[in-house]
Design a protein around this ligand. Structure first.
Ligand code: DC
Length: 218
């Protein structure tokens, strides 16, 4: 069974997906980690990601996801990049890497392979719309921009960015994600929309659990 959670940056998808997966006994699959791991691999191999279309490294790239002690690990050509996924350079360059068609097809294959043998709660930007259009249950998690910026600021404990600066960055990300040529961020067909602006994490998870029960019964 696949439960997809799509939505804009900072809407809380990953946190909610992780808790929901635990409650259901499913695996939590964070799809953004795939694009981040490929980016970390390219950086480690001194590839200029801005001129990626000609890179021979992408041709034979082996991307694997393993769940070790319930934690998702992403391997590229047998090296575990899990600890390198969240640094600023990787975060800045991943959007550029993630729009390459070859990168997307490598990531799509990795996701579909895991889904063959596991029940997943999977979060991302194109899951219910593109990677798993037949997912049994699809959610689209939305949230007001000011609230998303406030949450992001809380996460970025050591950064001196102001709320307005974070808000501007998130709006730029929204524009980029929604206007990508391949797999843009959209509300997937048949998705249940949840606005988390005035809800805490537990309230969002409970709403999702209620929908899952209704869908399963009907
Ligand atoms: O959710 P995140 O910040 O970890 O995502 C990292 C990058 O990968 C971001 O640029 C959006 C992109 N991404 C994507 O294109 N498709 C997905 N399903 C998930 C993430």
């Amino acid at each position: 069974m696949i439960i997809s959670i799509d939505g804009p940056a900072g809407s809380g998808k990953s946190t909610v997906a992780s808790i929901l997966a635990k409650k259901l006994g499913f695996i939590h699959f964070n799809s953004g980690s795939l694009y981040r791991a490929i980016t970390a691999y390219l950086i480690a191999n001194n590839v200029d990601v801005k001129n990626l279309s000609n890179s021979s490294l992408l041709k034979d790239l082996k991307l694997e996801v393993k769940f070790l002690f319930d934690e998702q690990h992403v391997f590229v050509n047998d090296i575990d990049y899990t600890n390198d996924l969240r640094n600023t350079t990787v975060s800045t360059l991943t959007p550029i890497v993630s729009i390459q068609p070859k990168v997307r097809s490598i990531a799509d294959n990795a996701q579909r392979k895991i889904a063959k043998t596991n029940n997943l709660v999977i979060d991302g930007r194109d899951i219910g719309s593109y990677v798993f259009p037949n997912a049994e249950i699809k959610f689209y998690l939305d949230c007001d921009i000011t609230e998303r910026a406030r949450r992001r600021k809380k996460e970025l404990k050591n950064e001196s960015l102001t709320l307005k600066e974070i808000e501007k960055m998130l709006l730029e990300r929204d524009t980029f994600d929604k206007n990508k040529k391949i797999a843009p961020l959209v509300i997937p067909n048949g998705a249940i929309i949840i606005d988390s602006t005035n809800l805490n994490i537990d309230q969002v998870v409970n709403k999702m659990l209620k929908h899952i029960k209704i869908e399963k019964i009907s």
